[in-house]
Design a protein around this ligand. Structure first.
Ligand code: MF3
Ligand code: CO
Ligand code: CO
Length: 248
């Protein structure tokens, strides 16, 4: 179902607002010495105590509420007690939750202490690409206008977009049609209509966009060891300006 009804959107909005609060509150916990498993446990606890379900848990056999990806890890970093954050780390927390079976999906980045200038630039580009892509998500535009917008902004800044992972439709399922790549020519794909629900998520790299997946079957890193950024919001296509479910 591409177009969501009012009831579905209200539930997704509830999930999104809780997630936004949870990630807002977690910011001051993303500090040197904390492990990514500590952060995952904290976030899962918050999700459950607010009456939501962690939608990643059990998804394709995944065992955690969050994916926490540090530095050269692009996406799907598995929370681990071995992964102790240190000063200078660039941390991306991706979290999904459902309220009354309707999902929201969001990713935010965090800096541990002082980070390098390139981390700051990469993060800012990813955020700018997401914001611009959301602005394109209005009725009458084509799906690939979103993709082309992300690619243009990222490449103009001298960075690369990851090709092997995409944004997606979202609703009762975390991943629904359509796929929303972060690259491509504008003017292609479905015509956007009011009420469509999308998770838009630029995944970008410092240098090459080549990806390697670790032996755990999840952790996706840059092949060349360069840094990667990721940011994500769940939105509803609306005339004038999309409704962002995952921002307060
Ligand atoms: N939240 C991710 C996304 O943005 C999906 C994570 S896959 C999982 O699409 F298995 F880890 F849940
Ligand atoms: Co996500
Ligand atoms: Co997503």
């Amino acid at each position: 179902m591409l177009i969501k009804n009012k009831g579905a959107i209200e539930k997704m909005h509830m999930a999104g607002q809780h997630l936004a609060q949870i990630l807002h509150n977690v910011a001051d916990k993303v500090v040197a010495g904390t492990t990514t498993l500590d952060l995952d446990a904290l976030i899962e606890q918050e999700i459950v105590s607010r009456g939501l379900k962690p939608a990643c848990k059990g998804y394709a056999g995944y065992r955690h509420a969050t994916c926490i990806s540090v530095n050269d890890v692009i996406v799907h970093g598995i929370p681990s007690k071995e992964n102790i954050l240190k000063c200078g780390d660039f941390v991306k927390i991706d979290v999904t939750a459902s309220y009354k079976s309707y999902c929201a999906d969001m990713t935010r980045y965090f800096f541990v202490g002082q980070t390098s200038e390139v981390v700051q630039r990469l993060a800012a580009t990813a955020q700018r690409a997401l914001d611009a892509a959301i602005d394109v998500a209005v009725p009458g535009n084509k799906l690939s206008d979103i993709s082309a917008c992300v690619q243009e902004i990222v490449e103009r800044d001298g960075f690369s977009v990851v090709k092997v992972f995409s944004g997606h439709g979202i609703g009762k399922n975390l991943h629904e049609e359509p796929d929303i790549p972060n690259y491509g020519k504008p003017g292609k794909g479905i015509v956007l209509r009011e009420g469509m629900a999308f998770a838009i998520e630029p995944m970008i790299t410092e240098r090459s966009c080549d990806v390697v997946v670790m032996a755990d079957g999840w952790t996706a890193k840059t092949a060349d060891g360069g840094l990667a950024a990721h940011v994500e919001d769940t939105i509803i296509v609306r005339s004038g300006k999309a409704q962002i479910l995952t921002r307060l």
